[in-house]
Design a binder for this molecule. Structure first.
Ligand code: HEC
Ligand code: HEC
Length: 261
């Protein structure tokens, strides 16, 4: 076996010395390697395990700093938290909403958060914004629909329960106590999944006076089937090219079953 020639003692000493100088130069000479610096340690992103920091850094921009008044669904609604439950909330945070603005956060789905951080977020939302007993013993329709929707029946249910505030065809109303934009505008529907619509109908928007599935004094209690049917009717208004002038083409009509689009 041929052995590589050992470096002479002098070469070794030279190397160690040079490396030492380089190390000191790199550290700015002011720090002895290994000793913590004067400021607080910079926490690596995957080491953040505090719910409010995680929420602020990853969610507040879209869901609002306090879980409301953001562009996306208010998460500070205890009725939403009760209906969705921690498992569904966890699943959405991890995997996102396909084709919509809600990103997938789990590293396994291409996001930036560890499984532990996703779990802290889901649990924190339930702890922070949930309210045990908020459903007052009533059983809400299921979070996700099991049945296919019937758009014709949905239109009737819409007329009975929603038209009062959203206008006869969902195109908005300018008069009276409430002012709403259109919820059948393809540009609006392009931004929200069928599940997103269902979540709003089931849980309401308490900060904006939109009742939950029970209707308050505004409409009769909705069944799960009625909710599914209404979503099917709203979804009929989706188009392939939202925002284009030829909004009448509707190739998704007829295939609407309430699945996320
Ligand atoms: C008492 C009035 C009222 C009733 C009844 C009502 N809504 Fe609403 N809804 C509102 C208000 C107010 C908003 C918030 C509108 C806004 O901020 O632009 C809203 C928002 C919505 C949104 C979300 C719009 C957005 O900007 O994201 C959807 C979808 C919706 N309602 C669907 C329905 C459906 C379907 C029904 C019937 C089951 C219904 N609403 C019944 C008042 C009502
Ligand atoms: C870029 C904007 C954006 C960011 C950032 C974002 N979301 Fe969302 N989120 C959305 C939108 C839009 C939806 C509605 C998607 C749909 O149409 O179903 C949504 C939906 C959700 C839902 C499901 C609502 C339902 O229907 O059940 C949950 C839960 C949620 N987001 C939690 C979070 C959490 C927690 C974070 C931070 C880790 C976060 N989101 C970050 C935009 C965002």
């Amino acid at each position: 076996m041929i052995q590589a020639p050992k470096p002479s003692r002098r070469t070794s000493a030279f190397l160690v010395g040079t490396l030492g100088v380089l190390c000191f130069a790199a550290l700015g000479c002011s720090r002895i390697p290994g000793r913590p610096g004067p400021g607080p340690e910079v926490v690596r992103p995957e080491q953040v395990v505090d719910f409010s920091t995680l929420y602020k850094e990853n969610c507040a921009a879209c869901h609002g700093v306090t879980g409301k008044d953001g562009a996306a669904l208010a998460l500070n609604n205890p009725v939403y938290v009760a209906i969705a439950g921690e498992d569904n909330i966890h699943r959405v945070i991890a995997g996102g909403v396909d084709g919509k603005l809600m990103p997938a956060f789990a590293k396994s789905a291409g996001g930036m958060l560890t499984d532990q951080q996703v779990a802290i977020l889901a649990h924190g939302i339930v702890q922070t914004w949930g309210k045990p007993g908020v459903l007052a013993g009533q059983t809400p329709p299921p979070y996700a629909d099991a049945e296919a929707g019937d758009a014709a029946r949905g239109q009737q249910a819409f007329t009975a329960s929603c038209a009062k505030c959203h206008g006869a065809n969902g195109e908005g109303s300018q008069n009276g106590k409430y002012k709403q934009g259109s919820i059948v505008d393809p540009a609006y529907l392009a931004l929200i999944s069928d599940q997103g619509l269902r979540s709003i109908i089931l849980a309401g928007l308490p900060d904006r006076h939109m009742p939950d599935w029970r209707g308050g004094s505004e409409h009769p209690l909705l069944t799960g089937q009625q909710t599914t049917d209404i979503v099917a009717w709203l979804a009929l208004h989706r188009t392939d090219n939202p925002g284009q002038p030829y909004a009448e083409t509707n190739t998704t009509a007829g295939s609407v079953t309430g699945a996320a689009k």
